[in-house]
Design a binder for this molecule. Structure first.
Ligand code: UDP
Length: 452
């Protein structure tokens, strides 16, 4: 094997880079883990992604890319399980991780935790494995509780344990300024230990296609005004507000009469065919569209794999996403990379990625009438759309590529390495016990935060 710059363990219990995207628990975090590991490998690191085994046919180790292995750890039954059901299995996840490391005799320079559950494993093991824990949350429990208390199925331990991770991780990655603020205000994070590293887009894959060609390939009519939503179909993504805005455009603005016929394409769900049984939110949206008299204008495609998505974005006149909250939000960046303007709610990462008035328009969440007005503003102005689309592509190329994300992350790893060489403690919460032998670990003498 060629000499590598360092070895990174990326811990991600529920989000595997190998998963099919678009379903309830497979979205942005999977893309992050896949793209970051791929680009870190291109920067010279050897990356092992540790994730939970979800199928009997999954081999323990998959050599996924040059420099990237995906390691499936046995934690609970080898079946897909909802991520909120995984917490009781995390003790097994940690034990399986240690067993794997012990068998291989491998050492890591950094333990990079994703989400709170794997993050806890990373901070818990950092001093025993003599490697600092870097944490990226992807989503925070306090944000979820604030915005959707009635849908919060997270274990009650989540927020206290997130605090523990914030206190003990060597470094926290915030993906946007809003997340940084939340880490400081809700979790008491030390601002000195937070670095801002936004996620990115694969700008080779997400490229603009000529709109007519994209529509031809997808079998869509050329003369329609087309709005596209791509993403998971969850209540918090609030596609319901988009359907209501479509109703306003049809009934109040005269789309289909004074203006061209309108269509909203909704891409995402658990299956490749739109199935309300498998994706209950599809059923709710279909019912809403019927009630509002716009069922014929709202089309569900089911989920699609990334290779096809540039066609969907490029076919659109406008891409839309109006979640109640959004920790970062990859889909608007993907639309921007395809040179399409985005109308997005002014929340979380979207206020950072979408430049209001320049690459798209921001609206308050849960405001269908305002959303309809902004959509109309763009649908009726082809030149403005084109200018915004071009500006959007430029913005992504300059600021939001995965290569940049990986370079920044690599710089963070190097800083931590230098701090360690210089004698600075990596684990803010640890004592002088740094390295312990793998045998000791396996003998179960690990001091832990775990409840088992
Ligand atoms: N996605 C996909 N196919 C689908 C729906 C979504 O590949 O049918 C991808 C989408 O392109 C994006 C990710 O899933 O890369 C969703 O990430 P985002 O950050 O927008 O939302 P999250 O899933 O993290 O809430």
């Amino acid at each position: 094997m060629k000499e590598r710059r360092g070895r990174i363990a990326l811990l991600s219990e529920h989000a595997s880079p190998l998963a099919l995207l678009g379903g309830e628990d497979a979205g942005g975090q999977n893309v992050y883990v896949a793209e970051l590991s791929r680009h870190l490998a291109a920067c010279g690191y050897a990356v092992d992604v540790f994730t939970r085994r979800t199928g009997l046919s999954q081999p323990e180790v998959v050599n996924w890319r040059d420099g990237v292995r995906v390691i499936h750890l046995m934690a609970g039954p080898p079946l897909p399980l909802a991520k909120d059901a995984l917490w009781p299995l995390m003790g097994d996840f940690r034990a399986a991780l240690l067993r794997f490391i012990a068998c291989e005799g491998s050492r890591y320079d950094v333990l990079h935790g994703n989400f709170w559950m794997a993050g806890l494993v990373a901070v818990d093991l950092q001093r025993w494995l003599s490697a600092p824990a870097v944490q990226v949350f992807h989503a925070l429990g306090t944000t979820k509780r604030r915005h959707q208390p009635e849908h919060d199925t997270s274990p009650t331990v989540r927020i206290p344990l997130e605090r523990e991770i914030v206190r003990r991780a060597a470094c926290l990655i915030a993906q946007c300024p809003d997340e940084r603020q939340e880490l400081i205000e809700d979790y008491g994070a030390d601002p000195e230990r937070i670095v801002l590293i936004p996620s990115g887009v694969d700008i080779e894959l997400f490229r603009p296609w000529p709109q007519s060609e994209a529509r031809r390939r997808l079998g869509l009519p050329h003369e329609e005004a087309l709005i596209v939503y791509v993403g998971r179909l969850l209540p918090r993504k609030d596609v319901r507000t988009v359907v209501r805005a479509v109703a306003a455009l049809v009934h109040d603005y005269g789309y289909g009469r004074e203006y061209p016929p309108l269509r909203l394409l909704v891409v995402g769900g658990e299956t490749t065919e739109p199935d309300p049984q498998a994706t209950p939110e599809i059923g709710i949206l279909q019912q809403l569209a019927i009630e509002l008299g716009v069922a014929e204008y709202v089309i569900f495609t089911g989920r699609r794999q990334p290779a096809l998505l540039p066609l969907f974005y490029s076919a659109a006149d406008v891409a839309v996403t109006t979640p109640w909250y959004e920790p970062f939000g990859l889909t608007p960046l993907e639309a921007m990379a395809c040179a399409r303007p985005v109308v997005a709610s002014a929340v979380g990462g979207l206020t950072y990625t979408v430049a209001n008035g320049e690459t798209g328009l921001l609206v308050p969440p849960r405001e269908p009438a305002l959303l309809a007005a902004r959509l109309h503003e763009l649908l009726a102005a082809p030149h403005r759309r084109q200018r915004m689309g071009e500006a959007a592509r430029r913005r992504v190329e300059r600021r939001f590529t995965w290569r940049l994300t990986a370079l920044r992350t690599a710089a963070l790893y190097e800083t931590l390495r230098e701090a360690r060489l210089g004698g600075t403690r990596a684990d803010a919460g640890s004592s002088s016990q740094l390295a312990a032998s793998y045998d000791t670990l396996l003998a179960g003498e690990v001091q832990t935060l775990w409840p088992w």
